[in-house]
Design a protein around this ligand. Structure first.
Ligand code: ARG
Length: 600
C-alpha cells in the first residue's frame, strides 16, 4: 500500500550508503512491525555491517549495524505519510501515520469491492477433486464435510489467482455397489421410492440388509451357512457378469446409479457447488489396465502373474529406500482385475494430460493417506513431474453427539435431514426475533443462515481433526459460529441503511480509538490471509480469520458511535469503515461458501 514511499526510502538508504562509503545493501528486506496500535515496517543493517567486516574493516557487527541505522534514519527524516522513523538495535523502523494508513486501507477495500484481496494471476492450473461419494448410497454429513471443505479450497485458490477446475470422482463400481444390485434384483425388483432424497437412503437399507445376509454369524446353522454361501456365489457371479458387460446388469446399474447422482446434483445445487468435470471410477478401469502394461514395460511394475502372483510395484525398492515407507502394492490381481490404486493412476494421467493440470489436490478422508502417498510416488516413478505437486487434503471423521455413524448399521445423519432441521430452527428463531420480516425473505434468510451454520461448523475445525457435530451449537448466534459472523454483516448493513448511503471519501485525521484501529488492522490483513490459506491449502485459516474479523466488528459496533459521531468528518470516516468491514466480511464468507445475508 505504501510501495511508492517504500521505494523512495530505499533510494534514500542507497544514497546514504554511497555517500558514506558503506557497501550498498543488496536487497532490502522489509518486514511489517507486529501491530500494537501502530503500523510500520522495518529493515535491518546486519548484513551490510557484516559485509564491511568481510571487506576488512574492523567492526563489531551489531554496533556497526546500529550506527548505519542511525545514520540512515537521520538522512531520511520523517517522510510524508509517516509518523516516526527510528533506529533500534540495528533495525530501521518506520511507522506510518495511522490516519494515512487507515485511509489507504479503506480506500483499497472500497475500490476493490468483491475483488478486494484477490491475488495476481498465477499462470498455473489447479484441479481440486472433492464431492466424490460412492454411488448407491445416501449423502450423509461426512460427505458434506468433504464437499464444503473442497469448495472452500477451490474458492480460495481461485481467488488467489490460480486457474481452478473443480472435479468430482464418484466411486460407482466395486463389490459394495454390486451388493446393492444383488439385493435389489433378488428381493426388490421393480420398486423405487418416489422422493429424490429417499432413494439413496433406500439403497443403503438394501445394502445393510444384504450385508447382514452375507456376513457369517457365530451361531449359524449348517443350513444357514449353505444359504449364505449360495448368496455370496450369486453376488460374485453378478460382478463377473457386470464386468463382462451384461446388458441387463449394466442397465440396472446405470439406472440405480442415476438415483444417487440425481440426489448428489440436487445437494450440490443447494450448497452452491458447480463441478466442472465428472470422472467416474468405472470409466478409468480399462485405461488403468493399459497403464499397468506400460509400467511393466518400463520396469516400474513387476509381473508375477506367470508364477501365480499379481502385478506389483515395490515402491520402496524402486526408490532405493532402505526403510519400509511406501511398501509394495498390487496393481493387477492374478485374474487381471484392477484395484482402487490402479484406477487412481489412470485418473491422475487424465487430470494431467487432458486438463493440463499443474497442481492437483485431492480432498479425501484422512484414512486414505497411505493410499495417496503410494499413488503419488508411483506417478513419480512413472515420470510425471506434476506428481510432486499432487496434494492429499485429508479430513477427519464426523460423528454425532450420540456416537459414530455407521452405514452398515444404518445409523447415519443424512445431510438432507440435517439441513431441513437447521432451516426449520432458524425460521422459528426469526419468527421470534424479527417478526416483521416478510414470508419470502424469511425463507431465503433461513436457508442462508441454516446452511451457513452447517458450513462453518465443518470449516472451523482443523481438517485433520474429527468433528462431533452438534446442531445446537452450530446454530447459535453467539460464539464461534457461522450465524455470529453473518450477524456482523447484517449489523453493518443496518447501520449503512440508516445512514442513507456511504460517503464517497473520508479521511481519518483524528485520534482513532483502539476499536477502530483493531478493526482496520483486521481488514488490512485480509489479502495476506487469502494467500496463506491458499498456499497452505487450509480453509481453516480463512474460517478463523472471518471469526476474528466479525468479533472486531461487533466490538467496534458496540463501543464506537458511528451515526452519532462527534463531527461530520468522523461520521463519514466511520461509515466508510463500516462499509469496508461489511465488504471484507462478505468476501471472507464467500470464500467459505457461506452467504452474507442483509437481514436476519
Ligand atoms: N469415492 C471415494 C470414497 O468415497 C473417494 C474418491 C477419492 N478420490 C480418489 N481419486 N481416489 O472413498
Amino acid at each position: 500500500m505504501f510501495e511508492d514511499e517504500q521505494r523512495s526510502i530505499e533510494a534514500f538508504i542507497q544514497t546514504y550508503c554511497a555517500e558514506n562509503d558503506i557497501p550498498a545493501p543488496e536487497d532490502l528486506q522489509w518486514k511489517p512491525i507486529p501491530f500494537s496500535g501502530d503500523w510500520g515496517i522495518s529493515t535491518s543493517f546486519f548484513q551490510v555491517a557484516a559485509q564491511e567486516a568481510r571487506l576488512g574493516k574492523k567492526v563489531n557487527v551489531s554496533i556497526r549495524a546500529q550506527e548505519i541505522a542511525e545514520g540512515a534514519a537521520a538522512h531520511i527524516g520523517v517522510p510524508e505519510g509517516f509518523s516516526l522513523v527510528e533506529a533500534v538495535r540495528g533495525y530501521l523502523n518506520l511507522y506510518f501515520s495511522s490516519s494515512e494508513f487507515s485511509r489507504r486501507v479503506i480506500d483499497a477495500v472500497m475500490k476493490g469491492g468483491a475483488n478486494f484481496g484477490r491475488g495476481e494471476d498465477k499462470g498455473e492450473r489447479v484441479m481440486v477433486e472433492y464431492a466424490q461419494p460412492n454411488t448407491h448410497h445416501s449423502f450423509h454429513i461426512g460427505h458434506y464435510r468433504n464437499a464444503i471443505l473442497g469448495e472452500a479450497l477451490a474458492r480460495l485458490v481461485e481467488f488467489d489467482g490460480f486457474d481452478t477446475i473443480r472435479a468430482s470422482y464418484p466411486g460407482d463400481i466395486g463389490l459394495g455397489v454390486i451388493t446393492v444390485l444383488w439385493a435389489y434384483d433378488k428381493f426388490y425388483k421393480g420398486q423405487e421410492p418416489d422422493d429424490l432424497h429417499e432413494r439413496g437412503q433406500w439403497l443403503l437399507k438394501l445394502y445393510v440388509e444384504a450385508t447382514n445376509l452375507l456376513t457369517p454369524r457365530e451361531d449359524e446353522t449348517p443350513a444357514e451357512k449353505a444359504q449364505r454361501e449360495a448368496y455370496d456365489a450369486e453376488r460374485r457371479e453378478m460382478y463377473r457378469k457386470w464386468d463382462a458387460g451384461d446388458p441387463y446388469l449394466r442397465q440396472l446399474w446405470l439406472e440405480t446409479r442415476e438415483w444417487s447422482l440425481e440426489e448428489l446434483r440436487d445437494i450440490l445445487r443447494l450448497i452452491d457447488i458447480n463441478i466442472d468435470v465428472w470422472f467416474f471410477e468405472s470409466e478409468v478401469d480399462e485405461p488403468a489396465k493399459a497403464i499397468v502394461e506400460e509400467l511393466i514395460a518400463r520396469g516400474v511394475a513387476d509381473d508375477e502373474r506367470p508364477r501365480g502372483g499379481a502385478v506389483i510395484v515395490k515402491i520402496d525398492q524402486k526408490l532405493g529406500l532402505e526403510k519400509e515407507q511406501y511398501r509394495a502394492n498390487v496393481l493387477l490381481r492374478n485374474d487381471g482385475t484392477t484395484l482402487y490404486l490402479t484406477k487412481d493412476l489412470a485418473l491422475a494421467k487424465d487430470k494431467f494430460e487432458k486438463y493440463g493440470v499443474d497442481r492437483s489436490v485431492y480432498v479425501v478422508d484422512v484414512r486414505q493417506s497411505l493410499h495417496f502417498q503410494q499413488a503419488f510416488k508411483i506417478l513419480e516413478l512413472w515420470g510425471f513431474e506434476q506428481a510432486r505437486k499432487c496434494h492429499h487434503l485429508g479430513y477427519g471423521f464426523v460423528s454425532l453427539p450420540e456416537g459414530a455413524m455407521s452405514a452398515r448399521r444404518g445409523q447415519v445423519a443424512l445431510f438432507k435431514d440435517v439441513v431441513d432441521e437447521a432451516i426449520r430452527r432458524v425460521l422459528a428463531e426469526i419468527a421470534r426475533k424479527n417478526p416483521d420480516l416478510p414470508q419470502q425473505a424469511r425463507q431465503d434468510v433461513a436457508k442462508q443462515v441454516g446452511l451457513g451454520a452447517l458450513a462453518y461448523a465443518m470449516l472451523s475445525v482443523d481438517n485433520n481433526r474429527d468433528i462431533v457435530f452438534d446442531i445446537d451449537k452450530a446454530l447459535s448466534f453467539e460464539g464461534h459460529t457461522g450465524p455470529y459472523i453473518q450477524n456482523a454483516h447484517v449489523r453493518a448493513c443496518s447501520i449503512l441503511r440508516k445512514a442513507g448511503g456511504i460517503p464517497g471519501e473520508a479521511t481519518f485525521n483524528y485520534k482513532l480509538t483502539p476499536h477502530e484501529l483493531g478493526l482496520i488492522e483486521m481488514i488490512s490483513r485480509f489479502p495476506s490471509v487469502v494467500q496463506q490459506a491458499a498456499r497452505e491449502y487450509r480453509p481453516l485459516v480463512m474460517a478463523s480469520y472471518a471469526f476474528e474479523l466479525a468479533t472486531a466488528f461487533h466490538s467496534y459496533y458496540h463501543v464506537v458511535p458511528v451515526l452519532k459521531a462527534e463531527t461530520e468528518a468522523m461520521r463519514a470516516a466511520r461509515l466508510r469503515l463500516v462499509a469496508a468491514a461489511r465488504q471484507t466480511i462478505a468476501n471472507a464468507l464467500h470464500l467459505l461458501a457461506i452467504a452474507a445475508p442483509e437481514v436476519m
